[in-house]
Design a protein around this ligand. Structure first.
Ligand code: HEC
Ligand code: HEC
Ligand code: HEC
Ligand code: HEC
Ligand code: HEC
Ligand code: HEC
Ligand code: HEC
Ligand code: HEC
Ligand code: HEC
Length: 265
């Protein structure tokens, strides 16, 4: 055999013996960075750090992290105790449910806008503003599990959930009054109502009343929307609903002004 071929084969064998492979004690797995869809680094995972605590690859591989399955890790999995969440559960290690910035160092979540069904912007939420005062864990995920696909509702807020956990008139302005602080520039529609078989119609103009009043003069102490209840004259006579003002003093009373309210727009 040719000497050059022998030394080539010897070199190959030496190479195979020294190149580290997974499972080999000499192999140092890389530290990882996660990138968002724009390519910016939004998080890191350090093998070096974790291997100081977990000496065995099989503490994680492959029951928690199967190789080459091409799937991205998701927070949903972590909250369900899989992936990083198998340890990052607030017991073994800091929690994936709150300490976002320990993994997503320096990550700046976007400011949010809420749109109505016509696509018009009807409200905003500023992460920037709130992060001057709060940490991720104050809100995530006990108040806002993202990616659950549910819209927030005022009913939840008024019951002290969602934004209403703070916007309750104590920690911050209230959801049942300062509508326009969140719904900047939002113009509520005028309200028409039908009575009985539609014979006696009625009309309430937000436009007109808003020349004089603020949202908080009526909402939601006088009118809680979406409660499915009809307004009644019994209530009005008791000084509630329209009758809080339409009592013949602040504004015209019920008699003889039936037609002022019971008319079409
Ligand atoms: C604390 C848990 C943990 C331990 C311990 C651990 N790994 Fe990992 N490893 C991970 C995670 C998380 C990933 C990323 C998985 C993914 O992207 O789906 C990973 C990915 C890898 C990858 C793929 C790297 C790449 O570029 O995509 C290799 C190779 C690897 N590990 C080897 C090892 C070896 C060898 C050991 C033991 C010396 C080890 N790991 C120990 C958690 C761990
Ligand atoms: C097998 C358990 C285990 C798994 C799985 C695990 N970790 Fe950890 N991790 C720990 C422990 C324990 C600590 C140290 C205790 C602490 O900081 O609460 C830690 C600390 C960290 C730290 C702080 C130290 C540093 O490197 O700056 C980061 C960041 C981190 N883990 C990210 C991750 C990410 C991202 C994943 C999933 C891709 C993950 N870990 C999966 C157990 C684990
Ligand atoms: C233990 C580390 C860790 C913690 C703590 C953590 N994340 Fe993650 N997060 C990850 C990893 C790893 C990924 C997957 C990155 C990838 O594969 O692209 C991820 C992905 C995401 C994504 C994109 C994918 C998805 O599931 O939506 C969002 C959004 C996100 N994290 C937000 C958060 C928020 C908010 C918090 C705090 C409540 C948080 N993360 C806490 C490690 C962590
Ligand atoms: C004052 C409360 C609050 C704090 C503090 C907060 N968030 Fe949020 N976050 C929200 C709300 C509200 C949403 C929207 C939830 C929805 O649409 O259901 C949201 C949505 C998100 C989303 C999904 C929307 C997006 O931008 O892609 C991510 C990711 C996120 N937050 C990360 C973080 C991280 C990371 C921190 C800490 C640096 C943090 N948040 C701090 C309230 C908060
Ligand atoms: C963890 C508590 C907390 C939660 C949850 C929270 N906020 Fe706030 N928010 C505050 C505090 C405190 C202020 C400042 C005090 C004030 O203005 O009354 C504030 C101020 C604001 C402001 C005025 C400042 C600005 O950004 O223009 C808006 C608008 C606002 N919040 C909207 C929201 C919305 C929408 C939600 C829910 C999606 C929400 N907030 C959830 C605590 C919170
Ligand atoms: C702390 C901020 C905040 C305040 C204050 C606030 N809202 Fe909202 N409102 C929201 C958010 C956030 C949503 C959900 C938007 C989405 O997901 O589409 C919402 C949704 C709504 C909706 C549509 C969904 C539903 O539950 O009916 C109406 C109507 C509404 N708000 C009216 C009001 C009125 C009237 C007031 C004053 C009494 C008010 N809001 C005060 C933040 C606020
Ligand atoms: C003079 C009293 C009054 C004032 C002031 C007022 N509203 Fe109303 N609002 C009502 C009444 C009455 C209804 C109908 C209630 C019902 O059907 O049970 C209503 C219904 C609503 C609805 C549900 C109907 C719709 O258009 O989708 C929203 C949203 C609303 N108001 C928002 C606001 C906002 C925002 C402000 C401040 C800019 C405001 N309102 C000011 C009395 C008022
Ligand atoms: C916070 C006080 C207040 C409440 C609550 C209120 N109004 Fe009025 N409303 C007024 C005042 C003040 C005027 C103007 C003075 C007048 O005409 O006597 C007025 C005027 C009107 C007018 C005449 C102007 C127009 O829009 O054509 C109608 C109709 C009317 N209100 C209907 C209603 C109905 C229906 C309700 C209950 C659903 C209601 N209002 C609740 C204070 C209120
Ligand atoms: C300040 C405005 C206003 C005036 C004035 C008014 N109504 Fe009404 N009326 C309403 C509203 C608002 C409702 C409830 C509509 C709904 O929720 O469907 C109502 C409901 C009714 C109903 C059906 C429910 C019930 O409580 O019985 C009748 C009948 C009725 N009105 C008759 C009258 C008559 C008759 C007059 C004159 C004596 C009058 N209304 C004056 C605003 C008014």
């Amino acid at each position: 055999m040719n000497g050059r071929i022998i030394s080539f084969l010897a070199a190959v064998i030496v190479m195979l013996m020294t190149v580290p492979v997974p499972g080999d004690a000499a192999y140092k797995p890389p530290n990882l960075t996660f990138k968002n869809s724009q390519g910016a680094v939004v998080g890191t995972f350090s093998h070096d750090f974790h291997l100081q605590i977990y000496s065995k690859c099989r503490d994680c591989h492959t029951k928690l992290y199967p190789f080459g399955n091409g799937k991205r890790m998701t927070m949903a999995d972590m909250y369900a105790g899989k992936s990083c969440g198998a340890c990052h559960d607030g017991k073994t290690a800091f929690t994936a449910n709150g300490d976002c910035n320990k993994c997503h160092a320096g990550y700046k979540p976007a400011n949010l806008t809420f749109k109505n069904s016509q696509g018009a912007v009807v409200g905003t939420f500023s992460h920037d503003f709130h992060l001057q005062v709060y940490k991720c864990g104050d809100c995530h995920t006990k108040l806002f599990p993202y990616g659950n696909g549910k819209r927030m509702s005022m009913a939840d807020m008024d019951a002290g959930k969602s934004c209403g956990a703070c916007h309750n008139g104590k920690a911050a302005f209230a959801t049942n009054s300062d509508c326009n602080k969140c719904h900047v520039g939002f113009k509520p529609g005028n309200v028409t109502f039908k009575i009985g078989k539609g014979a006696l119609k009625g009309y309430f103009s937000h436009d007109f009343h808003l020349q004089v009043y603020k949202c908080s003069d009526c909402h939601s102490k006088l009118f809680s929307y979406s409660n499915g209840k009809r307004m009644t004259h019994a209530d009005m006579n008791a000084g509630k609903s329209c009758g809080a003002c339409h009592d013949g003093k602040t504004a015209f009373g019920q008699k003889p002004n039936c037609a002022k309210c019971h008319r079409k727009q």
